[in-house]
Design a protein around this ligand. Structure first.
Ligand code: S3P
Length: 187
């Protein structure tokens, strides 16, 4: 039986960090929190850690220091949180696209692409208007462009799970099952 098995109702966590990647609005933080609870692992939201380390909001980092500075902080923070005991980590949409962060996640963690269709993303990002990249024009057009650019990189994640309009617990079930079958397939 795999390390992340939930057969018989018990879920044993994997022995490496589980990192959720994917577009803004895919539900990485919400799903990550629930997945962590299911796997009995701590949960870390990389964007919140970046804000804590910088002492200001992501919007302010973009506005006063620029995206390059944000990515630098993101690289540093994700490198740090990947160390230590296994945990579930949600990352900002651009993290897995940054070559250095991408490699580090691939080397140290089990990556999960939370994939969602454009309509779902557009609907979800409307709930939070603090995302600097979406303030530069029509959110739908921006998201569509970013999906075209980024999806081939997200597709390199170890596991791909659709989050669409599915209930959160079902998404968590799918991730646990995917992790488990991946592990079983390696034995
Ligand atoms: C970004 C996504 C955001 C945040 C920053 C940049 C991106 O995180 O990291 O605004 O490049 O897609 P969420 O994916 O949690 O919204």
């Amino acid at each position: 039986m795999g390390r992340s098995s939930n057969r018989g109702g018990k879920t044993t966590p994997p022995n490496q960090p589980v990192v959720l990647v994917g577009m803004m609005g895919a539900g990485k933080s919400t799903v990550g929190r629930r997945l962590a609870r299911r796997l009995a692992l701590p949960f870390t939201d990389a964007d919140l850690e970046i804000e804590k380390a910088a002492g200001c909001s992501i919007s302010d980092i973009f506005e006063f220091h620029g995206e390059a500075s944000f990515r630098e902080g993101e690289r540093r923070v994700i490198r740090r949180i990947l160390e230590g005991p296994p945990k579930v980590i949600s990352t900002g949409g651009g993290a897995f696209i940054d070559p250095e962060t991408h490699k580090r996640i691939r080397d140290k963690a089990l990556s999960v692409w939370l994939r969602a269709d454009l309509d779902t993303l557009v609907k979800r990002v409307k709930r939070n208007n603090a995302r600097p990249l979406l303030k530069e024009g029509d959110p739908r057009t921006i998201l569509e462009g970013l999906m075209t650019e980024r999806d081939p990189t997200y597709a390199k994640a170890d596991v791909v799970v659709d989050s669409g309009d599915t209930a959160i617990e079902k998404v968590v079930d799918a991730i646990v099952a995917a992790i488990e079958s991946r592990h079983d397939g390696q034995q």
